[in-house]
Structures are given as C-alpha cells and as structure tokens.
Ligand binder design. Structure first.
Ligand SMILES: *[C@@H]1O[C@H](CO)[C@@H](O)[C@H](O)[C@H]1NC(C)=O
Ligand SMILES: *[C@@H]1O[C@H](CO)[C@@H](O)[C@H](O)[C@H]1NC(C)=O
Ligand SMILES: *[C@@H]1O[C@H](CO)[C@@H](O)[C@H](O)[C@H]1NC(C)=O
Ligand SMILES: *[C@@H]1O[C@H](CO)[C@@H](O)[C@H](O)[C@H]1NC(C)=O
Length: 562
C-alpha cells in the first residue's frame, strides 16, 4: 500500500515535470507575441505631469503647504478628474460647492479619507477603490519602456528541440489522477493562467501593468480544486506545494498569527514567524509601488481535511495530523523550526487561512541566481555587520560588481524601500533570473516576516538609501504620488487588499499597519530630500534618471510612434 502510494506520487511528480517542460517548449515560441498587453501600447505622452511632480518641493508638513503642487498638473489628467469626482461625492455632505480653489480640494479629500466621520465604512472603501483605480490609471504607471526584444522574455524555445510525438505520449499518460485532460495548443486563449504568467515574464518585470491575466490567475488560485498537497522541503518553516487540475502549482503558507498581534519585542527578527497575510499584502504593495517583482499571492480558506489530509501523497505530512482538545484539525509537518505539536497549525475546526503564491517557472527551465545582500544583517545576537560600523560603506559597494554598473544599485534601493515600508528585516538574499545576467530586476521573494510591528519603524532597513543617496526617478515620483491624499498609500493598499477573498473574514492588514505605511513613506521621502540637500547642485547624483526613454518620446513624438 505504502509502496504503491509512493510510486504513485513519484509518477505524478515526474509527469508534472515533463508536462511543464514540454508545454513551455511547445508554446513559448508561438505565443510570445500574443502577450503584449494593451496597456503597453503607447499613450499620448503626458510628461509635464511627471515634470511637475518632480519639481514640487516635498515638505514634511505634508502636501498641504505648497499651494500649486501637482494639483495644476493633474487637472489635465484624467485620473485627477476621477479623484475630483470622488471628492465631490464626499463634499456634498460637507456643503462645499466644489469651487476650484487651489489646495482646498486636497484638504477635503484628506478629511473624507481619514476620519470616516462623513460616511459609512463601505463608502470609505468605495472611495479607496476609486483612488486605487485612479492610481493605476496615472501616466506614471504607464510609462512606456522600449519594446521588449525576443531575448528579453524569460522563456523561449530552443530551435533544435522539436515538439515530438514522444512528448505528446507523455501528455496522455499523465492526464489522470484528478487532473484535467489537456487541450492546449498554440492559441494563447487556450492556455491556463499560470502558463500565461510564466510566458509573460520579461527582463524587467514579472507581469505588465494592466495584464488581465493577473486577475484570472488570482481568481483561480483562490478557488480552484486542490489536487495534491505535499511539503516543500528546505526553508525553516512549514510550507506546502499545492497542485491544481490545470497543472498549475502554488506555495501554501498557513496562518500563524492573528492580524492585530505584534511580533514579540524580545524575539530576534530571524526567529520571527512567517505571516500569511504579510505574503499577501507584500504582493499588493509591490504592485502599488509599480515594481511587479513579487509573484501573485492570494488568500484562501483551506479545508485542512479535504484539501490537505485526504489528498496528500506525502506520508510524512499525513502522519503529523491530529485533533486538538477542542476538536480542531491540526498538523505541523516537518521543518527545521516550528514544526512540532506545540507549533501546529489548526483549522477552526477545519478551515485554515493560508496564502497561496503562484510558483515561478521550474528551476530546470529558468534557473535563478541568489545574491547575498550587501546590507545583510549579522544574524547574530552580539555582532554588528560592516554596514553598521563603516561610515563610508556605500562607496565600497558602489565600486563592487554588479553594483558598479547598470541599474543594480537603484533596483536594490527599490527593494530597500519596499522592505522599510512593510518593515521586513529578513532580506538577507535576493534572487534574479540567471538568463538575464546582471541587467535585470530583483525578485522580491519570501515576505512572510514583513508587517510584524506597526508601532515601530525600523530605520536601519533604510540604511542603504541613507548611505548611498540613490533612487530611481520613476520610483521617487511614484512615492510622491502615493503621499498625496488622493492616492494615499494606506488607502490604495486597503482597497487593493479588499479584493482578496480572505477580506471577507477580516481585513488583511490591521489599521495600525496601514497607518504605519503613511508614516514610513514620509520618512522615505524625507530621506531623499535630505540627500538632495547634501548633494545640492548635482541633481543627477541622487536621482537616477531611468525615464530617459519616455522623455525622448515627448520630445520627438512623431518619430517615436512610427
Ligand atoms: C524648494 O524649497 C526651497 C526652500 O525650502 C526653495 O528655496 C526652493 O526654491 C524650492 N524649490 C522649488 C522647485 O520650488
Ligand atoms: C465624473 O462624474 C460624472 C457624473 O457624475 C461622469 O459623467 C463623468 O464621466 C465622471 N468623470 C470621470 C473622469 O470619471
Ligand atoms: C486551439 O484549441 C481551441 C479549443 O480548445 C480551438 O477553438 C482553437 O481553434 C485551437 N486553435 C488552434 C490554433 O489550433
Ligand atoms: C556580473 O556581476 C558579477 C559579480 O557577481 C561580476 O563578476 C560580473 O563581471 C558581472 N558581469 C557583467 C557582464 O558585468
């Protein structure tokens, strides 16, 4: 019996691997061109908005003081119209006639958004959703990069590999055990969302800004039937790999901590729990920041009996199930920390909240390189790291490959900003896709230790930015946008998270965590301001202009669209 089970699970694994490889090879080439999103088509250049955003002085008093802030600029922008519309709705109750007095509008949005005194909770959420929509409609999110050349897609067919009959035989033998019969062909509309996601990964992002497939993908992760669940080996905490009938797979991390619980102050960051809601919120935040470097993650209420215990072929996992004294079904699996009866995860009585993250392409198809962070913490209770003691640490890093060339340093700063905002102290390594060499984006994987504390801002996470004083122009502009009341970062993240299925049970981030985001964003912008003061007279020193291409487009609009 046991032997048969093991054999069965091996067969499934093998078939899955073959299928995955075969599919990628077969479909990658033919479908590449179909993944260009409508969003990527050129928009009429509107960079005056960007210019104005860049010129505006950021003051710690907030956005209220400089009277002709981006206000003027945005009047010409459709997203601003929407924000205005939304403001009007709220203003009715405030008996403001909506007269276009400079600055006053912004103040009123402020009041409407924060207090909730003037509307129900649902209305506030509705207004947050409008803000999110306006944000994603903003030209800063639709910056047009150069067209993506063939070699900048992650997956591509090697010409000498043919989709042979041998492969199609493998297919047939694998379409059983609860999996769907596969009927995919070269037409991209027949591909499952996970495959579209893999085929859409390019040198600079995991998915494009308005890729409709992200919606389809998250929808599926949240609802599809689970066909198999086995432990993921490696790592310090319990993780499962779940498979779906369309051969998609996702990484499962269970809920371990209540939303409003703060991490114990006496715990070192490296022994903190991983939180399922942090994984989910990190994906949403990364998208809001315009990075798109975290694979989609959704929340899901998993039935630990029906969707794990009953279907798992993982004997070691199955052995760790038990029923708690109050009748909840629990399990703990096997891992190097927190995998014991004392740290079991339990359903209530069977439903367990979890995060499901879509898997990246298998390492055999797209290998990844792991990089040690130059600002890695010492991971010791007594030692300090070099960056904590050497004042001039950054100038050394700046001279060291790969940080000496290209965008690696500013990409690293993007990651630092994300980590500071969500207070993730655990970024000791990061990964890139090997195929793209040193010129590529950084994957922001493993965010489970973020959002642990809201009452403290961990300034040391921001040390790289403080020491190097370098930031991408596009990032900086988006951060400024997110500090404006009509796009406030806490509001848009609240809105974005409300679309997750777990929101029905409880908001994924407690309000104090959202409030911390506003505070921390202010700190980031102040840090950049301080840098600019230090480097006065040398603007290029602090702001790395990554928008040269879109500027060209404005200056020669005719040649750019041929
Ligand atoms: C920014 O503010 C400073 C004073 O704080 C002022 O001297 C400078 O002219 C302002 N710059 C712009 C572009 O408004
Ligand atoms: C603003 O609202 C009006 C109706 O209240 C609508 O007709 C108009 O299309 C809206 N504008 C935008 C940009 O959403
Ligand atoms: C692909 O399969 C679908 C049905 O699954 C069919 O409608 C479509 O015509 C096929 N496309 C090609 C190019 O074979
Ligand atoms: C990429 O970075 C590594 C440092 O890890 C360096 O040795 C290598 O020369 C870099 N490659 C290029 C093409 O710059």
């Amino acid at each position: 019996m046991m032997w048969r089970m093991r054999r069965r699970s091996r067969t499934i694994c093998l078939s899955l691997a073959f299928i995955s490889i075969f599919l990628h090879l077969l479909l990658a080439l033919v479908s590449l061109s179909t993944y260009q999103q409508p969003c990527d088509t050129p928009l009429p250049p509107r960079t005056h908005i960007l210019r104005d955003l860049a010129r505006t002085n950021y003051t710690s008093a907030g956005i209220r003081s400089p009277a002709e802030t981006p206000n003027d600029a945005m009047k010409r922008d459709s997203s601003y119209e929407e924000a205005k519309n939304e403001t009007k709705g709220h203003m009715l109750t405030l008996s403001d006639k909506g007269l276009p007095v400079k600055g006053s509008k912004i103040d009123s949005v402020n009041m409407a958004g924060s207090s909730g005194r003037y509307g129900s909770r649902a209305k506030t959420l509705e207004s947050d959703l409008l803000k999110l929509e306006a944000l994603f409609d903003h030209p800063l999110y639709k910056i047009l990069g150069p067209p993506i050349p063939q070699e900048d897609w992650l997956l591509k067919v090697k010409p000498k590999v043919k989709a042979s009959e041998k492969s199609s035989q493998m297919w047939v033998s694998a379409s059983q055990e609860g999996y769907e019969d596969v009927q995919w062909n070269s037409s991209s509309s027949s591909h499952p969302p996970w495959l579209r996601f893999h085929l859409g990964i390019s040198r600079w992002q995991l998915y494009s800004h308005c890729d409709p497939n992200v919606e389809a993908l998250t929808q599926q992760l949240a609802t599809q039937r689970v066909v198999s669940a086995v432990q993921k080996s490696g790592g310090t905490q319990l993780k499962l790999v779940m498979s779906f009938p369309d051969y998609g797979q996702a990484m499962f991390k269970p809920m371990k901590q209540e939303r409003d619980e703060e991490t114990n102050y006496n715990l070192y960051y490296f022994s903190d729990f991983e939180r399922h809601n942090a994984e989910i919120a990190a994906f949403h935040l990364d998208r809001i920041l315009g990075y798109r470097r975290i694979p989609p993650v959704v929340g899901r209420l998993v039935d630990v009996v029906k969707e794990i215990k009953d279907i798992t072929t993982d004997r070691k996992l199955a052995q760790t199930f038990f029923t708690s004294p109050v009748g909840n079904v629990c399990f703990y699996g096997q891992c190097s920390y927190y995998c014991s009866t004392e740290h079991a995860v339990c359903g209530r009585p069977r439903g367990l909240e979890a995060s499901l993250a879509v898997m990246l392409p298998d390492l055999s198809l797209a290998s990844r390189r792991s990089w040690r962070s130059p600002w890695r913490r010492s991971y010791s209770r007594s030692k300090l790291a070099k960056w904590e003691t050497e004042a001039d640490y950054c100038s050394t890093v700046k001279k060291t490959p790969p940080y000496d060339k290209g965008t690696r340093l500013v990409d690293f700063m993007d990651m630092v900003i994300l980590d500071f905002l969500m207070s993730n102290m655990d970024r000791h390594h990061y990964e890139t896709f090997e195929k793209f060499g040193n010129d590529t984006f950084l994957l922001h994987l493993d965010n489970g230790r973020a959002f642990g504390r809201h009452s403290k801002d961990e300034r040391s996470i921001l040390a790289p930015l403080e020491q190097c004083c370098r930031i991408r122009r596009s990032t900086w502009l988006r951060l400024r946008l997110l500090s404006l009341p009509q796009y406030r970062i806490s509001d848009v993240l609240r809105a974005s998270l409300s679309r997750d299925t777990l929101h029905k049970i409880a908001p994924l981030l407690a309000e104090p965590h959202l409030a911390a985001l506003d505070r921390r964003l202010k700190t980031v912008l102040e840090t950049v301001s301080r840098c600019q003061k230090q480097h006065r007279g040398d603007g290029e020193e602090v702001i790395y202009n990554d928008m040269a291409y879109s500027k060209d487009m404005v200056e020669q609009p005719h040649t750019a669209f041929v």
